[in-house]
Design a protein around this ligand. Structure first.
Ligand code: GLN
Length: 232
């Protein structure tokens, strides 16, 4: 089969450690985003070079034309649609708050009044926290890496962190973070691969085609199960 991207190499910008979507396992970059883009590339006959830039850095690199696409659990928001074209959604997500396992007092958003919370700069979780903070009266501190936003809570700098729930849940379930969830999930945007608006549209089309094929042949579900199934 022939398509517009066959044999081409695309630079895919991604986040630093943000398990289970991108992280190192046995010295190799892995995660749902990484396995999925590699599987799509194989299915559609193109090559990928992965650039680990951090979330803000990944979006900036694609805008600057230094990378072809963002694959980093990137939420398809109306604001971003002004400057990115998105693939079809590949994962439904949501935002959630977490507090320290030692914290028996913070049980609701109202308990955040007058305090400081953390979030990752440039994310939907950050924007959610900021809007809520204006309503309730708390401050949001931004961090480039999720791990720093999380450890600000365990070290007592912030009383809570806001992030996408699959990342919080994975950290908690794997025992990697001493956080607990005390409030319900908030609905947020699904994830898509983003290209600079009007550019690399053949890559976006190939992604959509590949994703459809991988959903049909079970590969997509197998990738999710690898990271989210059982006691992952
Ligand atoms: N889904 C969130 C967003 O797009 C966070 C992505 C991330 O931190 N990699 O804003």
């Amino acid at each position: 089969s022939q398509n517009a991207v066959e044999g081409q190499t695309f630079t895919i910008a991604t986040d630093t450690t943000w398990a289970p979507f991108e992280f190192e396992r046995d010295g190799e970059l892995r995660g749902i985003d990484i396995d999925l883009i590699n599987a799509v590339a194989e299915n559609q006959g193109f090559n990928v070079e992965i650039d680990v830039l951090g979330f803000d850095g990944a979006l900036a690199a694609v805008q600057a034309g230094q990378a072809d696409a963002v694959m980093a659990g990137m939420s398809i928001t109306d604001e971003r649609k002004e400057i990115f074209d998105f693939s079809n959604p590949y994962f439904d997500s949501g935002i959630q708050m977490a507090v320290s396992t030692k914290d028996n007092e913070t049980k609701s958003y109202e308990d955040l009044a007058g305090k400081t919370v953390s979030a990752k700069t440039g994310t939907e979780g950050y924007a959610y926290a900021e809007t809520l903070g204006q309503e309730i009266g708390f401050t949001v501190t931004g961090f480039q890496d999720a791990s720093d936003a999380y450890s600000d809570v365990t070290s007592g700098g912030s009383v809570a962190v806001f992030d996408d729930y699959p990342i919080l849940a994975y950290g908690i379930n794997t025992g990697n973070v001493d956080l607990q969830i005390v409030t319900p999930q908030e609905k947020a945007s699904s994830y898509g691969m983003g290209v600079k608006k009007g550019e690399n549209l053949e890559l976006r089309e190939a992604f959509n085609e590949g994703l459809k094929n991988l959903i049909e042949d079970g590969t997509y579900q197998a990738i999710l199960d690898d990271y989210l199934g059982g006691d992952a």
